[in-house]
Design a protein around this ligand. Structure first.
Ligand code: NAP
Length: 270
């Protein structure tokens, strides 16, 4: 398996949560054909087989695609981590993923150290190029990065949610941050400040939110878009830049109640 450890994660990815069945096959194929090179899935999305079919149908070479999947909380125990990942690869129809994440920090069946040891074992076997975590608050990320070579932390991040404590730890350990729900699940679309900034260059509030994310060093974003129109619009954020003053204005939109994904099993975010 050719492993190029230097290939960077593409800054704009295609999120596939809640895209299922033929919509998922079609969506992944179309995203790749439009130019996306980063696809995000998870065991819990129950669409890995369809993501795999979309990859094949696109005709894009496997080595050009960054593929991320995540181990669900019910499998966070060393043996289940291995068997569930092998199952993910079978469903995806690939011999490795580029990034394998701990989906949520739930330590009921094993300690963080045991979980990460199992992830490192999978990396050593070549089943994933990189390992990482998701939904890890700053202090927990700091701990994880001292235990294993954490490549990325995938967390909710958009203009309404400040993630500076997590970003600080990411920068300390050279951990990449992938922003999920980068449009706050649609909440930012009518924001007057984002609209005003976008109007200067003929872009939408959604495009400004995504551009603001990927313009930050070490940050990528994985919006979900069901339509071709939105998929194209999101890719087009490479066409423009946001000035330093406008970047600061977007940072100032963060609010204390900005988090949109907070399931009952979520960690203490502070
Ligand atoms: N690690 C985790 O625990 C975790 C948790 C949540 C999400 N994620 C990942 O992050 C991905 C994205 O997050 P998300 O699905 O929660 O929400 P999101 O990407 O913030 O928002 C998706 C919504 O934005 C709309 N949209 C997308 N592009 C648009 C555009 N250019 N203009 C206007 N509207 C646009 C979509 O509409 P249409 O669909 O109609 O185009 C959809 O309603 C997920 O698919 C998943 O891969 C990970």
């Amino acid at each position: 398996m050719p492993v190029d450890q230097n290939t960077p994660i593409p800054s704009l990815g295609f999120g596939t949560w809640q895209i299922k069945g033929q919509d998922c096959v079609h969506g992944v194929r179309e995203a790749l054909n439009l130019g996306y090179r980063h696809i995000d899935t998870a065991q819990a999305y129950e669409n890995e087989a369809e993501v795999g079919q979309g990859l094949k149908a696109s005709g894009v070479a496997r080595e050009q695609i960054w593929l991320t999947t995540k181990v669900w909380i019910s499998s966070l125990e060393p043996k289940a981590i291995v068997t569930s990942t092998e199952e993910s690869l079978r469903k995806l129809g690939v011999d490795h993923v580029d990034l394998l994440l701990v989906h949520w920090p739930i330590f009921k069946q094993a300690t963080l150290a045991q979980i990460l040891e199992a992830f490192v074992g999978l990396q050593e076997r070549g089943l994933t190029r990189k390992i990482g975590v998701s939904n890890f608050p700053a202090a927990l990320l700091d701990q994880a990065a001292q235990l294993a070579p954490i490549f990325a932390n995938q967390v909710e991040y958009h203009p309404y949610l400040d993630q500076s404590p997590v970003l600080e730890v990411c920068r300390k350990h050279k951990v990449h941050l992938t922003a999920y729900s980068p449009l706050a699940r649609g909440q930012v679309l009518q924001d007057p400040v984002l609209q005003e900034i976008g109007a200067k260059t003929g872009h939408s509030a959604a495009q400004v939110a995504l551009r603001w994310l990927v313009q930050q060093p070490g940050v990528s974003a994985i919006p979900k878009a069901s339509s071709e129109k939105n998929r194209k619009a999101n890719l087009a954020i490479s066409e423009f830049e946001i000035s330093a003053d406008d970047m600061a204005r977007v940072h100032a939109l963060a609010r204390p109640d900005g988090r949109v994904i907070d399931p009952p099993f979520a960690p203490n975010w502070d």
